[in-house]
Design a protein around this ligand. Structure first.
Ligand code: KIV
Length: 301
């Protein structure tokens, strides 16, 4: 497709990718410069994930992330996105009280922050009700099944989901329900590839895998994991495409060394006056010697 790179992504175009077998590429972003880079690199979907809490804000998990933080970062991201389909993650406790409260919160992402859809974790009966209400309010919803990080206190750890028959059956049922209620796509996180494949064949909406194997309609990774900015353990499914942490640390250490040793700033990175301006400045110096400058300052304070 000749102009594909410049066509803004829409839900029908994302669905067409599934139909044609063309893979969908997605990544998270949390600020203007990375959003711009991700967009220019040709991402189809950019998600302002609540992983923001862990990779940018330094929380232990995603639960403390607030609506204010998510809206603030989504606004920054949307300024950098021209082509990708921008999705904002509904943070913990922004969709748990009632459908009305959820619509109010979700609408902020659309009206104030420039997102085109929201993502919601889980598929319990109450969750499905809320998702239906959002879609009825013209807010497209991306579902999220498998490992749902907001359930960390219930499960105690981030681990593979759907590796036993009962859990796999439940996740397939959730995928069908989410499609039925009108989700435009599904994130499937941390499940065996076989399960990712069954769900992808089972539903007509695009599946976006993160640790769900090769057969999903698309893939998503957390930006900081893929560029090597995450400190500590990375899940098995992450491929680190760069080691930015080392590059950044190296640059900062070099800068510090050069400042300490007087190498930076050098002449090239310094502003200079023209010779006649220098003469003028030295005349000023003799007109106002240091002692009189002090007196002038004292009088004016
Ligand atoms: O918050 C997030 O980054 C996510 C992705 C892992 C899908 O939900």
């Amino acid at each position: 497709m000749a102009n594909e790179k410049f066509t803004s992504l829409t839900i029908p175009l994302l669905k067409a990718k599934k139909a044609s077998g063309e893979k969908i590429v997605a990544v998270t972003a949390y600020d203007f410069p990375t959003a711009r880079l991700a967009d220019e690199a040709g991402m189809d979907i950019i998600l302002v994930g609540d992983s923001l809490g862990m990779v940018v804000l330094g929380y232990e998990n995603t639960l403390p992330v607030t609506m204010e933080e998510m809206v603030h970062h989504t606004r920054a991201v949307s300024r950098g996105v021209k082509r990708a389909f921008l999705v904002a993650d509904m943070p913990y406790f922004s969709f748990h009280l009632s459908p009305d409260e959820t619509i109010k919160n979700a609408a902020r992402f659309i009206k104030e922050a420039g997102a085109k859809a929201v993502k919601i974790e889980g598929a319990s009966p109450r969750r499905l009700e809320v998702i239906e209400a959002l879609i009825e309010a013209e807010i497209p919803v991306m579902g999220h099944i498998g490992l749902t990080p907001q359930s960390i206190y219930r499960f105690g750890q981030y681990r593979l989901r759907g590796s036993d028959w009962e859990e796999a059956k439940r996740i397939i049922k959730e995928a069908r329900e989410l499609e039925k209620r009108g989700c435009f796509s599904l994130v499937i996180e941390c499940v065996p590839e076989e399960l990712g494949k069954i769900i992808t064949e089972e539903v007509s909406i695009p599946t976006i895998g993160i640790g769900a194997g090769r057969f999903c309609d698309g893939q998503i990774l957390v930006f900081h994991d893929l560029v090597g900015l995450t400190d500590g353990h990375l899940p098995k499914f992450v491929r680190k495409y760069a080691d930015l942490a080392s590059l950044i640390k190296e640059a900062l250490m070099k800068y510090a060394r050069e400042v300490i040793e007087g190498i930076y700033p050098d002449l090239e990175h310094t502003y200079h006056l023209k010779p006649d301006q220098i003469k003028f400045l030295s005349r000023l110096k003799t007109k106002f010697p240091r002692s009189s400058q002090k007196k002038i300052r004292k009088r004016s304070s």
